[in-house]
Design a binder for this molecule. Sequence first.
Ligand code: AMP
Length: 215
Amino acid sequence: MSEPHVLLLGAPGAGKGTQSKRLADAFDIEHVTTGDALRANKDMDIGHMDTAYDTPRAYMEAGELVPDAVVNEIVKTALDSANGYVLDGYPRNLEQAEYLSEITDLDVAVFLDVSEPELVERLTGRRVCDECGANYHVEFNPPEEAGVCDECGGDLIQRDDDTEETVRERLRVYRENTAPVVEHYREEGVLVEVDGEGTPDEVFEAIREEVDAAT
Ligand code: AMP
């Protein structure tokens, strides 16, 4: 039996990162995330790709999409060596969805539904460990000691793009570019919706059931 091919869709802050990691562990598949790959390579030189800016950093700090050629390449390389996978943060526009359909087949696209006020609250209060990447929230999931990671003692920082102004821009970019991707998969008949506002455990169980049902 082949391993699951899963897409996790949702706005920034919907919980794609958290739930993708859990799904990858539970099904023993690759977690393929363009956001993490770009954060690890923020200053790579993409000038030769005929882009408006020379590095991913400039796009990310503005809350804009990094050019398709850059992210398509990241995803192609990752999927070439993956058996099963959960894709997180890609595709973010219809062109990327078209490219994806040329390189792989999906079993299911899971849309995590979260209201916009909740997204803003989650993102602006988010803190991440700059050592191990663990996620916290100043109000909903604070660390034992402010500013210090419970897991590894690393410093907790706010992502450059989690400031209120950039969050608003990321949500605008989501509505304009990525919401049509959700509709595209709905029309294709592979979309399922999960309420993303339950506890992380509840959301995970709902996603797991959908993946089990589709594979
Ligand atoms: P994320 O961690 O998924 O919220 O992504 C953070 C930022 O990375 C986004 O705001 C974009 O600037 C960039 N990014 C991540 N994935 C993509 C993608 N599929 N297409 C274009 N830009 C992306």
